[in-house]
Design a protein. Structure first.
Length: 299
């Protein structure tokens, strides 16, 4: 059963609660933290991106450094992100990107734009990497998101190999790409395998391309350089360290406000020092511009 993971307090009153599940693996692969229904399947959403990037790399996509990081990330649509995505597209027209047009998540960038675009969408780095993989492998580019496409079959195999289990469900993510259901435990296992790959190295070295200015995933990786952090929609988060600790979180109501605090608390419970990011172990609750409570982890 899902468990109580976090509660929201305001002036001493518990205003809201978040239920879900969290699993943490020690470098040995043993479970060190297990709360809730960790064997139940979840849709990883954008936590799938590092595995999709790894499949693109295996297919021959010319990804390295920042371009590999943005392929695995959910960027905030800043100009530096757009420039890199455009470079990844090479001679391909931007119109081949099949992610929907979107406003950038970075507020300062959004204020000066007059219309949304596909290249500003947070998933455009992943889509550009998929197209680059198709070009490198000689696969069709127009149908790169189809479940039966060779690239998507490679992604599915990559996910299953890393997770050590079969995909339980195939769905369509918000950007249009296939997303594959795994148990939360399997998702943590997959992250444990990922930390030994160039994808994790790129994410740690270039966290500003995994998220962006002020993005919580980016900030956590800047504070904890040994950690890979990647969130996904509907309350999913994965964390992994270069030493092999791995954490996967699913908040059942889909609200992400507590996921970082939950994930870091689980990582600390595995014996990893998260003190450099201690301000993210809870989230302040404001009233009249003042802190009057917090979102706190209770598992």
């Amino acid at each position: 059963m899902p468990a109580l993971l976090a509660e929201v307090t305001r002036s001493g009153f518990v205003e809201s609660v978040h239920h879900g599940s969290v699993v943490g693996l020690l470098p040995s692969g043993e479970i060190g933290v297990s709360v809730g229904a960790v064997e139940d399947p979840v849709l990883p959403r954008s936590c799938m991106k590092p595995f999709q990037a790894l499949a693109c790399l295996a297919a021959g996509a010319p990804l390295a450094g920042p371009s590999l990081a943005i392929a695995a990330g959910s960027h905030t649509g800043e100009d530096r992100h757009v420039e890199l995505v455009t470079e990844l597209m090479g001679d391909l027209p931007i119109g081949l990107l099949r992610c929907p047009a979107s406003w950038p998540e970075d507020e300062l960038t959004r204020r000066r734009l007059t219309e949304p675009s596909r290249v500003r969408m947070n998933c455009s780095g992943k889509h550009a990497a998929m197209l680059a993989a198709c070009v490198a492998a000689g696969w069709p580019v127009e149908t790169y998101l189809d479940i039966a496409h060779p690239l998507q079959r490679l992604v599915s195999r990559t996910v299953e190999d890393l997770a050590g289990e079969a995909v339980t469900h195939t769905a369509v993510d918000g950007c249009g790409a296939p997303v594959y259901g795994l148990s939360l435990h399997g998702l943590a296992r997959a992250m444990q395998g990922l930390v030994r790959t160039p994808v994790a190295d790129a994410m740690r070295r270039f966290p500003e391309y995994v998220g962006g200015t002020g993005h919580v995933n980016t900030v956590v990786m800047q504070l904890l350089p040994e950690v890979v952090a990647k969130g996904g929609a509907e309350g999913v988060l994965v964390l992994a360290t270069s030493a092999g600790h791995a954490v996967a979180v699913k908040v059942l109501d889909g609200n992400p406000r507590a996921t970082t605090a939950i994930g870091l608390t689980a990582l600390a419970s595995l014996g990893f020092d998260v003190s450099a990011a201690k301000e993210h172990l809870s989230v302040p609750v404001l009233g009249g511009g003042q802190v009057v409570g917090e979102v706190r982890v209770v598992f």
